[in-house]
Ligand binder design. Structure first.
Ligand code: IPE
Ligand code: IPE
Ligand code: MG
Length: 236
């Protein structure tokens, strides 16, 4: 039985393209394999008992990729969401999307809204997919909401501001995992990850297994989170 479980884990699922290239396959095959991988991770997250799992699936910057890659990614996404809908509902998962969804194809926006509505009363794991997401953009959109809502400067607190973010109501992210050896955040959960623990692995996303996720959990359990304070005497 694990103790000291992170409440909110974010995963930057990186390395699909390299996984495919290493096998002489087109990049999209890596995305296909990567999409399949998420199932095992979601199961593992449920097993461990974390509250929120946020998967970075497509960044705002990813819109700059070649048209055919973006189109295939959107097709894969539509297929994945349609196929998983029943399972998500059955397993009691609460589904949510963060990001600038207006940039997504209308059909995907409609599927997202349907899944969000149909899983909104679920009490299990909250599964958040970051789609067309950028942390800076999310913060800017929140600032715009504050201004257009007529909030006065003295009314703005961190708690109030958080209610304007896409992640409103969700806890801060405790642990961010990034696969594929890159050691950067790439615009992921900039506000929410201010005090996140970071876990980097060389494993490419399509090879990331339940076992490795559990290793990341164990690694997290050994971390000492101080939040700028000092260790309490009882812990030293
Ligand atoms: C992550 O894999 C998936 C998306 C960004 C959509 P990449 O496509 O970035 O794979 P690499 O980093 O090129 O290997
Ligand atoms: C970050 O990966 C975004 C996702 C995993 C969805 P990228 O591959 O787009 O990030 P960079 O370009 O290496 O920073
Ligand atoms: Mg990448």
């Amino acid at each position: 039985m694990l103790t000291n479980i992170p409440r909110h884990v974010g995963v930057i699922m990186d390395g699909n393209g390299r996984w495919a290239q290493l096998r002489g396959l087109p990049r999209v095959e890596g995305h296909r394999k990567g999409a399949e991988r998420t199932k095992e991770l979601i199961k593992a997250a449920q097993e461990v008992g974390i509250d929120v799992l946020t998967l970075y699936a497509f960044s705002l910057e990813n819109w700059q990729r070649p048209d055919d890659e973006v189109t295939t990614l959107m097709e894969l996404l539509q297929l994945y969401l349609t196929r998983e809908l029943k399972d998500l509902i059955m397993e009691g998962i609460k589904f949510r999307v963060i990001g600038d969804r207006e940039k997504l194809p209308a059909v995907i926006q409609a599927i997202i809204t349907e899944i969000e509505e149909r899983t909104s009363a679920n009490k299990g794991l909250t599964l958040v997919i970051a789609l067309s997401y950028g942390g800076r953009d999310e913060i800017l959109r929140a600032v715009k909401k504050a201004i257009s809502g007529g909030i006065r400067p003295e009314e703005i607190t961190e708690e109030k501001f958080e209610t304007l973010l896409d992640t409103s109501g969700l806890p801060a992210v405790d642990l961010i995992i990034r696969t594929s050896g890159e050691k950067r955040l790439s615009n992921f959960l900039l506000w929410q990850g201010a005090y996140a623990e970071l876990y980097f692995t060389e494993t490419l996303w399509p090879d990331f297994t339940r076992e490795e996720f559990l290793c990341a959990m164990q690694d997290y359990q050994r971390r000492e989170r101080r939040f700028g304070g000092i260790m309490s005497p009882s812990e030293s």
